[in-house]
Write a protein that binds this ligand. Structure first.
Ligand code: IPD
Length: 272
């Protein structure tokens, strides 16, 4: 995709992420109809409303682009695709916990090109563009430099799609490295925090592409390391994710088992 076409999409992306965040914040203060899609898998009326608004706005400007949304599935075809999580951290949102966000990524010809995350209750808009850096509001983000693992915070997302034992073993192994862990309930914000150097790593044994792509681009653009999340059919089916400050890559790959196959190759590419 030509630079000018991407410029227009970047501008539209940031605008719609901001508007969607404002809508989500308004809906957060109202009583919500809440349903369960499965065990510990919440959906609120706000998820659908926010997603429909985002798709309607972007479709008007880019009628030939395709869309993949958490709630409404796939719309359209083609290699320019928007990947949307209208509310990431839905369990928090449904329980009146303000740690949630809107996450939107844009891919062109299989390449992750743009990402934006709006965390409206914190007044934060995160954005990244391939090769052009990652920003929180107007400030450039960088992952933590040379973190000491004995002071590191690693977020370990929990997914009901993997056995409980796999999660608890991962927690034990990460704690054995000297790091501590947390689970705050939004994969997208968890990744954005790594990009901003607030935390030092994010890992989840299975997560969907709409929760992940925008934040992954932010970590990479902020100088971090990520596993090859999009390998195989991850766009449609999800995958394991590990993203961290480069200095913790070796310890966290070993502790989590995520990224083992491609860890060395990717790090070499980043350093060259
Ligand atoms: C979930 C959150 C959570 C992660 C789950 C996701 P949702 O997304 O990102 O942190 O652990 O795997 O499904 O349902 O709140 O959009």
């Amino acid at each position: 995709m030509r630079g000018a076409e991407l410029d227009t999409r970047e501008e539209a992306l940031v605008a719609v992420a901001r508007e969607a965040g404002e809508l989500a914040a308004r809906l957060f203060s109202q009583p919500q109809s809440i349903k369960m899609k499965g065990k510990q898998d919440f959906v609120t009326a706000a998820d659908g409303e926010v997603e429909r608004m985002i798709v309607a706005r972007l479709k008007t400007q880019f009628p030939n682009d395709a869309f993949l949304g958490e709630e409404e599935g796939v719309k359209g075809r083609g290699d320019a695709i928007w990947v949307i999580d209208p509310i990431d951290g839905t369990a928090n949102f449904a329980n009146r916990i303000p740690h949630f966000c809107v996450s939107i990524a844009f891919m062109s010809a299989g390449e992750l090109a743009l990402g934006a995350i709006s965390a409206p209750m914190y007044g934060e808009i995160y954005r990244a563009r391939l090769g052009k850096g990652a920003f929180l509001n107007d400030r450039a983000m960088r992952v933590a430099e040379k973190p000491d693992i004995r002071r590191a915070i690693v977020e370990l997302g929990w997914s009901s799609r993997r056995p409980v034992r796999a999660y608890t073993q991962m927690v034990e192994r990460v704690l054995a490295t000297g790091a501590t862990f947390q689970r705050a309930g939004s994969g997208a914000l968890g990744l954005a925090y790594v990009a901003d150097g607030r935390t030092h790593g994010y890992c989840e044994l299975h997560i969907n592409s709409w929760d992940t792509l925008a934040g992954l681009l932010m970590v990479r653009e902020a100088g971090g390391w990520t596993n090859d999340f999009l390998a195989g059919e991850a766009l449609q089916r999800g995958n394991a994710v590990l993203a961290c400050a480069p200095g913790l890559k070796e310890a966290l790959v070993a502790a989590t088992g995520v990224g083992q196959a491609n860890a060395d190759e990717q790090l070499k590419r980043r350093m060259s």
